[in-house]
Ligand binder design. Structure first.
Ligand code: G3I
Length: 528
């Protein structure tokens, strides 16, 4: 039998044969009617319409959470109402961070956190505490510590006092946040904890938290680890090694602060979620929002791109058993941290009038596990079956070779004169003239002697203007190995382009760059 609320979608009811309707009209006895109803409606295609995100998430067994601001919850009734109606989990946006909680040594301010936790539990919304060891929002007295043991004691006392207070109320904690810095030589962020305690501080803090509350689920949280790339790679190896050493880590939060003009492809995100889940970790999209300033075009075009980015990200989680759910980093555009840099980013799902934005329906469709349809690839001869037809060299010499044991061929750009040199495909104006959202994938390999970065982008010309490059993807990879480069992006033009080239470039001059299996598909919104 069905789970979740019994709501029948209008279009399917109309599609059923009129005879069913006659039968329904003819039968008066209650139980009989129900039986006919079941017989008449083909449930295999019916997707119930859910009135709220919370209902849909409940039906799908997933979390749909949000970051919560204590002042808004206290002072804004509409905010509190939407919070209770639409979300089945909460994360205090700031109230459970070290500085707000313990501004002075051993002097705690629990009122904000208490209020958020009590309200959440009253609404049956599990709370995730956020965060103990993070390089931001540290109290000044902690930032002033220069002795390792003093820091260790301060950490332990803070964690003990906080977790004791919320034992049985906050069952999930972000213990360490943003400890990886892929620009740092060792890969670890050079923060106070790392400076005084070394990289083992991560293990220490998780052990401390587990010793205080062995029933709590403990998470590592970070950003820019959603796509398969250098930072995700380092984070994966770090957590795998910690888990192999028996360190009590139960989950990972992929923050997912997206830019709606360029964000992780669903396939890349799903592969990444799956491999972290295979380590035994619960995976959560922990701070989803979508900044729109990177996309030119109208607000309507930005909203549509955001709807698609949210739907793809949400569906990627729903379709992966290892992903427990998605937490939005707030839900009202006006109150998003994204606006702190001065520009209105419209980064969330309700506008300043508390009205649902297209992004809300992107999240809803994603919650129903609906990825967008992929239109036919706009790339010609992406497998090089027709040799080098449709491809051009860019300050390089092109070589064709077969692709290992696969049926396709490979094109390599050699004698590359500059970093920007490589190969590309022209005549893509028609494919991109109307803008829209797209997703791409390509197999790439660089033939250097050390790890290096490879880029894919669009070189765009608009009448009377210098060409501009829209970066679509970057992958830092070891030499001689095939890697999959994937990404999704949105385009919106003020003036239609006069020429568009898809361009692959990247490693240092002289290093050959090889590509094959290049696809680029429009993401076509479902009519819903
Ligand atoms: O509470 C003080 C208030 O007393 C003071 O009057 C006011 C004026 O300066 O500042 C208030 O503190 C602000 C705090 O938010 C609470 O509103 C801080 O200045 C401000 O920096 C802080 O911003 C938070 C930011 O983390 C700090 O880095 C954002 O709200 C919050 O959304 C953001 O969240 C982080 C996650 O924790 C981790 N991942 C990234 C994410 C976005 O940066």
């Amino acid at each position: 039998m069905l789970d979740g609320p019994m709501v029948v979608s209008r279009s399917n009811r109309r599609s059923r044969s009129s005879s069913c309707v006659r039968k329904l009209a003819g039968c008066a006895r209650a139980f009989g009617c129900a039986l006919w109803l079941v017989a008449c409606v083909d449930y295999s295609t019916v997707e119930p319409d859910y009135a709220t995100l919370r209902q849909a998430a409940q039906a799908k067994g997933k979390l749909i959470g949000t970051a919560v601001d204590g002042d808004l919850l206290r002072d804004d009734v509409q905010y509190a109402t939407l919070l209770a109606q639409e979300f089945n989990a909460v994360t205090p946006e700031n109230a459970t961070k070290w500085e707000p909680l313990e501004p002075q040594d051993d002097k705690y301010e629990f009122s904000d956190a208490d209020f958020i936790v009590e309200q959440a539990l009253a609404q049956e919304q599990p709370v995730k505490g956020h965060v103990f060891a993070w390089h931001q929002q540290l109290p000044s007295w902690v930032e002033g510590i220069t002795d390792a043991e003093e820091l260790r004691v301060a950490l332990r006392e803070h964690i003990e006092t906080t977790m004791e207070r919320y034992r049985g109320k906050i069952m999930v904690w972000d213990v360490v946040n943003e400890a990886v810095d892929d620009n740092a030589p060792a890969g670890y962020r050079d923060n106070l904890f790392y400076q005084l305690l070394g990289p083992d501080y991560i293990e220490e803090v998780f052990v401390m938290a587990h010793e205080v509350d062995a029933d709590a689920l403990l998470y590592y949280n970070d950003y820019a680890i959603e796509r398969m790339g250098h930072k995700a790679e380092f984070t994966y190896r770090m957590l795998r090694d910690l888990l192999e050493r028996g360190v009590p880590i139960h989950g990972i939060g992929m923050q997912s602060h997206l830019a709606v003009h360029r964000y992780p492809a669903a396939d890349d995100l799903r592969d990444n979620i799956r491999r972290f889940a295979e380590l035994g970790l619960r995976v959560e999209i922990s701070e989803l929002d979508g900044r729109t300033s990177g996309l030119t075009g109208t607000l309507e075009q930005k909203y549509e791109a955001q709807r698609i980015a949210f739907q793809e990200t949400m569906a990627s989680c729903v379709l992966e058993p290892g992903c427990t759910g998605v937490t939005l980093w707030g839900f009202l555009d006006e109150h998003s941290w994204l606006n702190d840099e001065g520009e209105a980013e419209h980064g969330l799902i309700f506008d300043d009038n508390y009205e649902k934005k297209p992004g809300y329906f992107g999240v809803m469709n994603g919650l129903l596990g609906k990825l967008l349809k992929r239109g036919p690839t706009v790339i010609r001869n992406g497998d090089f079956d027709d040799g080098l037809d449709d491809w051009v060299d860019v300050d390089s010499t092109l070589r064709l070779e077969s692709f290992d044991d696969q049926q396709s061929q490979v094109a390599c750009a050699e004698e590359r004169a500059t970093n920007e040199a490589g190969l590309g495909q022209d005549d893509l104006v028609e494919a991109f003239a109307d803008g829209g959202s797209f997703t791409f994938s390509a197999q790439v390999r660089q033939e250097g002697t050390a790890a290096a970065g490879m880029n894919v982008g669009l070189i765009v010309e608009q009448d009377g203007q210098d060409p501009t490059t829209i970066s679509l993807g970057y992958l830092f990879a070891d030499p001689g190995v095939w890697r999959t480069m994937r990404g999704s992006f949105a385009l919106a033009w003020e003036a239609p382009p006069s020429s568009v080239r898809l361009s692959f470039s990247g490693p240092d001059p002289g290093v050959a760059l090889c590509i094959t299996q290049v696809t680029l598909n429009p993401l076509t919104p479902d009519p819903g």
